[in-house]
Ligand binder design. Structure first.
Ligand code: PMP
Ligand code: GLN
Length: 380
């Protein structure tokens, strides 16, 4: 059999590679982004109750209605805006499926999609698979500020979609209100769809406020907002998320979603619907992770790594240019094998030719793990 690959330049994801390397060498795994602590027992009990009380068959295609209503209530409470539970919300198998299905629904051959690099790894391949062309806007460490004039120049009659991600994986930076207003102005009067990846909306630090696309009326009218329960409630393995969009966009999305997965895991949806009744379950998350960020950074403040504290997400970039000129992939492997600590080299997120010698460390870990990690990093 001889098939031409549809993704000839794609190999195994770095998350799989680094987690496997960490396991092989018995290293602390601060690479792939997942918590190494258990999620709230209350939530686990609610999902268990859902299984015991019959939520074991297909959910409605758009998702369990109680969960969609809970999501509507969350948007009203946090952002004072409404998404109708019947038409404007779909529950998905994690943010990844939402993103793939959005791209699949709208991107046709030769359409252009603007993304900001470094970018989360699933955007580019999904665009390519549908024959679209990725147009990259390169952001530069350490501040990763967007040059909106450059974005404006890259918008053409072929631009179908722009993908943003705030708080941003891998840099830990956030878009300001001013960024969002500039984006809104740029897109006004166009047909461009905005895919706003907001999976870290509840993990934002130092009294900053998350600037959701739904807060900006013209952006909201053209946006899909993508969220992930895995990120918010410490259970990435459940692979549950959702997306919201105005009805006319969501109607198109659902045409694809119904043949993509039809619907997703039902008891987990019911458990999450019950859990979301208590807003503190997501409101406390920023404080929870800010404490972890501060603990980690305080412990390594005298190390040879340099850093600017993450503004959001549970990732911290560490600049190792005081230590070695090795490239980041080699240095990440070296740290894993020799020093027993795994991270993610930033270049895999497409940093272009800008080799800034930065590794990404995930601090969604127990305090004990963070202390052990700091002890290692202080000796490097
Ligand atoms: N977008 C970003 C920016 C992410 O970091 C992740 C996963 N960490 C996802 C999307 C995918 O989320 P999920 O695990 O819910 O598919
Ligand atoms: N989103 C996670 C990260 O950035 C990884 C998810 C995955 O393994 N695909 O580390």
């Amino acid at each position: 059999m001889n098939h031409k690959s549809k993704l000839p330049n794609v190999g195994t994801s770095i998350f799989t590679v680094m987690s496997a390397l960490a396991n092989e060498h018995n290293a602390l795994n601060l690479s792939q982004g997942f918590p190494n602590f258990k999620s709230d027992q209350t939530l686990i009990d609610l999902v268990t109750n859902a299984m015991n009380s019959g939520y074991n068959q297909y959910a409605p295609m758009a998702g369990n209605l109680e969960l969609r209503v809970a999501i509507t209530n969350k948007f009203e409470k946090l952002y004072n805006t409404t998404y109708h539970p019947d038409y404007e919300i779909t529950v998905t198998a994690g943010a990844t499926q939402a993103i793939f299905t959005i791209i699949s629904t709208f991107v046709k051959p030769n359409d252009e999609v603007i993304i900001f690099n470094p970018a989360y790894d699933c955007y580019g391949p999904a665009i390519e698979l549908h024959g679209g062309k990725t147009i990259s806007v390169q952001l530069e460490a350490p501040f990763y500020k967007v040059d909106w004039e450059e974005v404006s120049q890259k918008i053409t009659s072929k631009t179908k979609m722009i993908i943003i991600n705030t708080p941003h994986n891998p840099s830990g930076t956030i878009f300001s209100k001013d960024d969002m207003l500039k984006l809104e102005t740029l897109l006004k009067g166009t047909n461009i769809i905005l895919l706003s990846d907001e999976v870290y909306e509840h993990i934002i630090f130092d009294t900053e406020k998350h600037q959701s696309a739904c807060l900006f009326p013209d952006l909201k009218s053209r946006s899909f907002i993508v969220a992930s329960f895995g990120k918010t409630f410490h259970n990435t393995g459940w692979k549950l998320g959702y997306c919201c969009a105005p009805k006319e966009l969501m109607d198109e999305f659902k045409k694809v979603h119904q043949f993509n997965v039809f619907c997703v895991n039902h008891p987990t949806q019911k458990g999450l619907a019950d859990y979301l009744q208590e807003a503190n379950h997501y409101l406390e998350l920023s404080e929870f992770y800010q404490r972890k960020r501060d603990l980690f950074l305080n412990l390594i403040k005298d190390s040879r790594f340099k850093f600017i504290p993450a503004q959001g997400t549970y990732f911290q970039g560490l600049d190792y240019s005081n230590i070695t000129m090795e490239n980041d992939v080699d240095f990440a492997k070296h740290l894993t094998i020799e020093h027993k600590i795994a991270s993610i080299p930033l270049s895999i997120f497409n940093t272009g030719n800008l080799d800034k010698k930065i590794l990404r460390f995930c601090f969604a870990k127990t305090d004990e793990t963070l202390k052990a990690a700091a002890e290692i990093l202080n000796k490097v």
